[in-house]
Each structure stands twice: as structure tokens, then as C-alpha cells.
Design a protein around this ligand. Structure first.
Ligand SMILES: Cc1ncc(COP(=O)(O)O)c(C=O)c1O
Length: 372
């Protein structure tokens, strides 16, 4: 193997930057401070207090009676785990951007037969296309897997309507990657038959990275039990049975991150899920209006994300240079367009603890630097 990466010494001397990325996002000071506790054992009663609080508060916040797993991992773990736990043979995956393509790719690497419904980047997944694919399949699918908020294109897919379609197929589980929106974009999980929905803590939950959350229906738990194989680390049965018996995780969790989670979830419960959703809609509307005034919007109209705005660079500004200068001059960081649409688009993450006021500070900075 040829190694091209050389060590670049971590100096510890870096200016604080305000994050307007599509994750990680800003974390409250008291949430950072909550992590600075002496280490305790993951089989101590204190851990049971902490983990049961984390799990039950999450159910309350998300307004669900389904089971909740909080695992030490990034959200990617639940692409693998939901596929291994729920898909014996075949999976349907609508693809419309980098992350949905990766979800399909993960399932293929795990040896599953994946049928895609392919959309151009920027387009939203349509319920009628999912219905058509389900109707056309002779063998049926073990699961439909999709991304709710396509972070690469800034599209918010209509998972509620698609869930209602999938619910007509009782042997097919509905798996939703809500990594870049859950907690900022309200979704009624049970009303739309979502069997597994997952996120990463560094996005709209506004916590440090390192934990992943998955909400699991009874049907999903049952489907895993009926299969020959499942994930070990992210197995629903292993995680949930351990919780039922001991109120703990099956292996040693990132305890400091669990402490941060507990602290931030207090704030999330105080604000409430619907108020958080309303604040995210306001931020999204403000950002879209600003984008329309100065540039254009990349996503199909009517399907714009509530947590990440993907802006079409209609003025041909030098996106990379603008990002760099805004960072140097204002200590604020936002994102270039993803992969193949870098430079043609750029993205502002308005999630977590941000407000219209804090987003306006960024758009003012961009206006200054790009001379808008
Ligand atoms: C929609 C979506 N899915 C999956 C991921 C991967 O999440 P993680 O980096 O937490 O594994 C991301 C990360 O940005 C994402 O936006």
C-alpha cells in the first residue's frame, strides 16, 4: 500500500469557529462542560441512571412509544445495522444524492440485492414512484430504505407520504436515514409506519459527534428475530434486550458523550419538539429568501430542507475562496457543495441551536466578503 498522508502536528492552537456546516453544528457551552466528569464504570448504577434517562427522554422528545437505541458510533453504523437486521434478500432504495447512493452501496456491500429508483441530484423522491416499484416487484422487498434529508442536495423528501405507501406492504419494513434533520424537523414516526429511523448526535440534536440514535418499531424487532443473521454491534435484539434487562448498553459506551447527551436533551425537552421544528422552519425560510435574493436554490421547488439550504451559485462566485475568507475574517464556517456539485453550489447548515439571528450574522458576512 502506498501511503501519501504525513503527520501534521496537532498544535492545540486553533481559533474557535462558529459552525454553519450541515453537521457538526454548534454545541452549548454547558453541554461541553457536562463531559468533564471523572470516569465511572459502565456497569455501575450511575450508568443505569444515565442511560435510562437518555433513552426515556429521547422517547419523550420524539413523542414515540417505539424503542430507542443510543449507540457509540456515527450514524453510518445504522445503515449497516438496519440492513443486516431487516434485509434477508432484497431492498428498495430511492437514490437522489450522495447519501442515498451510499445507503444503497452499503446494502450491496453487505451482499443484498438492491433495486434503486434513480433521481437526478436535487430532485425529491416521489411516493407514486415508490408505489410503482413495490407493485412491480414479484418477490417484494424486505425493506425500503431512504434518506429523509439529502444533505448533499438540500432536499427534504416526503417520508410521511412514502411511509403511508410502504405501510400497505406488511412484509416490508420502512427504514429512514434522518441523520441531518431529526430533532429539527418534526416527523410523526408511528403515524407513518417508520420501522427504523436514525440520526447522529452532531446534527440537529446539537451534541458532540460520537453517538447514533435509532428508533425501532415492534415489527422491526420481530423481523430481525425471524432472520438467520443480524448485526452484532447494532443488533436490535442485543441492544434492546440488554436495555430491558440491565438498563445499560451491551458494550462500553462513550460515557462523556452520554453525559453531554443528557445535558442537551434537557434543553431539547424544555423547548419541545414542535417548537424546535418551528424554529428550524423559520431559519430555513430566512435562508431560502436570502438565497433567492442573491443566488438561486438547488433543490426541486417545494422540497427544500429545513436544516440545510443548498444554494445554486448563479453568480459564479469563487465558493472556496469565499468560504476561506469568511472563516479568516469572521471565524464562521459554512460548506461548499458536495462532491460533483462543489463550486456550483454551497450549503448553509441551520440546525441545532442556531437562530434566525445567528444565521443572519453568517449571511451578512457572506454579503460582505462576496460583495453582494
Ligand atoms: C444523510 C446522511 N446520512 C449519513 C451520514 C453519515 O453520518 P455519520 O457521519 O454520522 O456517520 C450523513 C453525514 O453527513 C448524512 O448527512
Amino acid at each position: 500500500m502506498i501511503h501519501v498522508t504525513e503527520k501534521r502536528e496537532y498544535t492545540g492552537e486553533y481559533p474557535d469557529k462558529t459552525l454553519y456546516l450541515p453537521g457538526p453544528t454548534e454545541v452549548r457551552e454547558e453541554v461541553i462542560e457536562a463531559m468533564a466528569e471523572p470516569t465511572f464504570g459502565h456497569r455501575m448504577d450511575r450508568m443505569t441512571d444515565l442511560y435510562t434517562t437518555v433513552v426515556e427522554d429521547t422517547k419523550e422528545f420524539l413523542d414515540t412509544d417505539n424503542d430507542v437505541i443510543v449507540l457509540t458510533a456515527s450514524g453510518t453504523e445504522f445503515w449497516e445495522a438496519t440492513t443486516l437486521n431487516l434485509v434477508e434478500d432484497r431492498m428498495l432504495v430511492p437514490t437522489s444524492g450522495a447519501f442515498s447512493e451510499r445507503q444503497a452501496n452499503v446494502a450491496e456491500r453487505l451482499g443484498k440485492a438492491v433495486d434503486r429508483i434513480e433521481y437526478e441530484w436535487g430532485q425529491a423522491v416521489k411516493p407514486e414512484d415508490v408505489r410503482e416499484a413495490l407493485e412491480a416487484s414479484d418477490e417484494g422487498y424486505d425493506a425500503v430504505g431512504m434518506v429523509m434529508n439529502e444533505t448533499s442536495t438540500g432536499v427534504r423528501n416526503p417520508v410521511e407520504e412514502i411511509g403511508d405507501v410502504v405501510a400497505e406492504y406488511p412484509d416490508t419494513r420502512f427504514v429512514v436515514d434522518a441523520i441531518s434533520c431529526l430533532g429539527g424537523d418534526y416527523v410523526d414516526i408511528e403515524a407513518h409506519g417508520i420501522d427504523a429511523i436514525f440520526t447522529s448526535t452532531q446534527k440537529a440534536f446539537a451534541m458532540p459527534p460520537g453517538l447514533a440514535v435509532c428508533v425501532v418499531s415492534d415489527d422491526a424487532y420481530q423481523q430481525e428475530l425471524e432472520q438467520d443473521a443480524a448485526s452484532w454491534y447494532g443488533g436490535f435484539q442485543r441492544c434492546l434486550d440488554y436495555y430491558d434487562r440491565k438498563g445499560q448498553t451491551h458494550s462500553t459506551p462513550a460515557i462523556p458523550l452520554m453525559l453531554a447527551y443528557r445535558e442537551q436533551m434537557k434543553h431539547m425537552l424544555d423547548e419541545g419538539h414542535e417548537a424546535r421544528d418551528a424554529r428550524h422552519r423559520e431559519m430555513a425560510e430566512y435562508t431560502r429568501e436570502w438565497a433567492r435574493d442573491h443566488f438561486g436554490l438547488f433543490p426541486e421547488e417545494g422540497y427544500e430542507s429545513r436544516t440545510v439550504t443548498c444554494i445554486e451559485n448563479t453568480r459564479g462566485i469563487d465558493v472556496a475562496a469565499t468560504i476561506e475568507t469568511v472563516s479568516e475574517r469572521y471565524d464562521m464556517v459554512f460548506s461548499d457543495g458536495y462532491g460533483p456539485i462543489g463550486g456550483e453550489t454551497f450549503r448553509i447548515g441551520h440546525m441545532g441551536e442556531h437562530t434566525v439571528e445567528s444565521i443572519r450574522e453568517l449571511t451578512d458576512a457572506i454579503e460582505d466578503v462576496a460583495d453582494l
